[in-house]
Design a binder for this molecule. Structure first.
Ligand SMILES: Nc1nc2c(ncn2[C@@H]2O[C@H](COP(=O)(O)OP(=O)(O)OP(=O)(O)O)[C@@H](O)[C@H]2O)c(=O)[nH]1
Length: 364
């Protein structure tokens, strides 16, 4: 799954799992309620409807997970809230009005509520915590309040069962919150470290522009329909700089050269160190007009002012034709031929590749 942030990458499979568990458990309820029917006709349909609803949610997510994940999570939370709470309130209020015995009539959904809320808290983002706590409180408080004010119903096997289920389980839900927060915190810091190391691995340690790997990753992120133009920029007589001023000063020149290249700005472009004293710039969707103006821009930026410690530095630049990004390596070859031509022709110049130029004018 390219271009997904890490959070979404974790969220999507977690939501699939949550939906599968919910579909399976409500399907089991649907079967059980039909085999062992309750006095309420709605129980014959509600779990089946629930199963269908979550199945539709699963298919909806499956068709476009990246775009729909947050909508699906919010809908899931809303369904839990809107189906469980009215159910619980209906039975507790009815029992309070002496319409029925609560412990006999309350359907065995407590396990389902505990399962879904705990799973949501463990798997889904912190923002749903509040919804889960509200759902849980609106379900457990009426039940606990009713049982504690009706000892005759409490002191039955089902009464104690419900008391312990909703009582200690409420505590468990509260305990999961800090646990989940610390997991989130750790995951965020691991993601941050991972991203940081990936960024470091994509950069040239000396000049801090992209390295070859970084450029490749950058190219992969471009739209497949993008057209590009490649510029190879090779410092002239760099060996002389090293020989005359020493390797360390040579390094300083590379850093200064790269910073000057960074100041040349196009709408969308990538800059990388291709080799020792050779840099590469890829311009995305350039016009032919732009390409024809590149020479003066580069010469002005790179050569005009002297470099600290060493004075004048020049470069030979080869520019490829404009082609789809899939032809990147061919374009590098073109730019390389143009650089070779520039070097052989006296250096300190910008050469635009054309087959005619290379065939007819390449000096020996
Ligand atoms: N200081 C320094 N020198 C480097 C680095 N990487 C490569 N070099 C040097 O860059 C020099 C490149 O030399 P050549 O390939 O002969 O090219 P050039 O002297 O620039 O000559 P032309 O390209 O023909 O103008 C070599 O002396 C390498 O040692 C680096 O990271 N730091």
């Amino acid at each position: 799954m390219p271009n997904l942030n890490d959070h979404t990458r974790i969220l999507i499979p977690a939501t699939y799992r949550l939906l599968v568990v919910t579909i399976l458990s409500s399907a089991i309820y649907a079967v059980l309620f039909n085999v062992y029917s309750t006095p309420f006709i709605i129980h014959a349909f509600q779990p089946a409807f629930f199963t269908l609803l979550h199945l539709m949610l699963f298919i909806y997510l499956y068709r476009n997970p990246q775009k729909r994940i947050h909508r699906v999570i919010n809908t899931y939370g809303a369904i839990i809230l809107l189906t469980s709470v009215p159910n619980t309130l209906y039975f507790t209020i009815g029992a309070w009005q002496n319409k029925w015995q609560f412990v006999e009539i309350f359907p065995p959904i407590s396990g389902m509520i505990i399962l879904s809320t705990t799973l949501i808290m463990l798997m889904l983002p912190e923002k749903l915590n509040r919804l889960v706590v509200i759902t849980w409180s609106l379900n457990s408080l009426p039940v606990l309040l009713f049982l504690l004010t009706h000892p005759d119903e409490l002191q039955t096997p089902r009464g104690y069962d419900l008391l312990f289920l909703f009582g200690p389980a409420s505590l468990l839900i509260l305990l999961i919150i800090p646990y989940q927060r610390s997991i989130n915190h750790h995951m965020n810091s691991i993601n941050f470290d991972l991203k940081h190391s990936q960024q470091l691995a994509d950069r040239d340690f000396l000049t801090d522009v992209l390295n070859r790997r970084g450029l490749e990753n950058w190219l992969n992120k471009l739209d497949s329909g993008s057209k590009i133009c490649v510029l190879l920029i090779d410092i002239d007589h760099f060996k002389n700089i090293n020989d005359t001023f020493g390797h360390t000063i040579g390094d300083h020149v590379l850093v200064e050269f790269a910073s000057r290249l960074r100041t040349i700005y196009f709408n969308d472009h990538g800059l990388a160190r291709w080799g020792g004293e050779e840099f590469i710039m890829v311009i995305v969707n350039p016009s032919e007009d732009l390409v024809s103006t590149l020479g003066p821009i580069f010469k002005h930026t790179l050569n005009q002012l002297p470099y600290r410690q060493v004075g004048k530095v020049t470069a030979s630049i080869g520019i490829s034709t404009i082609q789809p990004k899939a032809h990147f390596l061919d374009l590098v070859e073109e730019a390389d031929k143009a650089v070779y031509y520039a070097k052989s022709n006296g250096r300190n110049q910008v050469v635009i590749y054309s087959s005619a130029l290379i065939e007819t004018k390449t000096p020996d």
